[in-house]
Design a protein around this ligand. Structure first.
Ligand SMILES: [Zn+2]
Length: 372
């Protein structure tokens, strides 16, 4: 159910790798670009690196910076291409190789991810974090090496063995039907095939490290545990449709969509009853400020997660009913272009604060301002 947000660039920035590179660089353009990245201003960083690259197209540090900026902008194809060029130009540029490995992994290119991390480890054999990640990826590659693939224009479904063949065919049908409904609501559809991997319960836990309550996940590909799927197909379909929505929202708006909206939309297509969600919140007298539901829910315990999901379903449903499908498409575009949800919502003639206090009023909770 959750979106696993493994943002390579964000993680690297947090790890201080950008800072150290920043300090080493005596190039004023690169310095300006990395400073913008550290501020979180991906658009400014991308512009700086791009114009510097026009003069020095093979500069590894500039290629690395441009790759990070593209990653933060949600342009993973470009990010992978730029980082590959950075590593080719300077194989010892470890931060670039680390970012490339993470992005390759998220895009489902396990071979490239493993190869890249092997190169990093050859240069830094004592790096335990890299070794652990590489071990996990090799184990995953080993599992997937035994998988079969079911492919059409829209989906690639990976599964293990004839026992799962029927379920994989069923999954293709379920997603095919949901795809058009979701595409119509989002006003757009992904052009690249969506990759789905079907796991045993054990493989799913080992590979994703997802919380126990998770019935599936999306981290660039849809990952589904098959525990009990054949006994309960409607539940399997519900979770699969939920994850498919994440994949399609991600394709339309690869960055900046708040978790409550991502999850709420995913639940809308399951379909999840938004009126029941409102009643649940009203009965419990809870309304969590949406700002605290901005990031993913994987760190929440099961009870907190239940509230977070119900509120997301309720909030997204009220929002979509209010702004319509066309409005939703425009909102997602604005978010992905870098606007905050507070800014993006103003085009509809109301403020985010007003939207939020209307939600809290509808569940009978105290107005937000008075609870602070
Ligand atoms: Zn979800």
């Amino acid at each position: 159910m959750p979106i696993f947000r493994r943002l390579a660039a964000a993680a690297l920035i947090a790890a201080g790798l950008v800072c150290s590179l920043h300090a080493q660089s005596s190039d004023p353009a690169a310095e300006r670009g990395f400073a913008a990245l550290q501020r979180g201003d991906a658009d400014a960083a991308a512009a700086v690196f791009q114009s510097a690259l026009a003069l020095r197209p093979r500069d590894a540090v500039l290629l690395y910076g441009a790759g990070l900026a593209a990653n933060l902008q949600g342009r993973d194809d470009d990010a992978a291409r730029l980082l590959k060029r950075a590593v080719e130009a300077e194989p010892r540029l470890t931060p670039a190789a680390l970012a490339l490995g993470e992005i390759a992994y998220r895009r489902g290119d396990l071979d490239l991810a493993v190869r890249t991390y092997e190169q990093v480890l050859a240069q830094a054999p004592s790096n335990l974090a890299v070794r652990a990640r590489l071990d996990a990826w090799r184990a995953e590659a080993d599992v997937e090496g035994r998988f079969e693939a079911f492919k059409d224009d829209r989906f690639t479904i990976m599964f293990s063995g004839p026992a799962q063949h029927q379920l994989a065919a069923h999954a293709t049908k379920t997603m095919g039907a949901a795809f058009f409904k979701i595409a119509a609501a989002l006003g757009s559809a992904p052009s690249a095939p969506i990759r789905v991997v079907l796991y045993t319960e054990r493989q799913f836990q080992d590979i994703t490290g997802a919380p126990e309550w998770a019935g599936g996940g999306f981290d660039g590909q849809i990952r589904m545990p098959l525990g009990g799927a054949s006994q309960n197909l409607p539940e399997f379909d519900r979770v699969l449709t939920h994850e498919l929505t994440h994949a399609m929202v991600h394709a339309v708006a690869p960055r900046n969509v708040p978790a409550w909206l991502h999850e709420g939309l995913a639940m809308r297509f399951e379909p999840h009853d938004a009126a029941a969600a409102r009643r649940m919140l009203a009965d419990a007298h809870v309304f969590v400020p949406l700002a605290s539901l901005q990031e993913g829910f994987t760190r929440l315990n099961a009870v907190q997660a239940a509230v977070a999901y119900e509120e997301s379903a309720f909030a997204a449903s009220v929002l979509v009913d209010r702004i319509g499908s066309q409005g939703l498409a425009a909102l997602l575009q604005d978010l992905s272009a870098g606007q905050t949800v507070e800014q993006a919502i103003e085009r509809f003639g109301f403020t985010f604060a007003a939207f939020e206090s209307d939600l809290s009023r509808r569940v009978g909770a105290q107005p937000l301002a008075r609870r602070r």
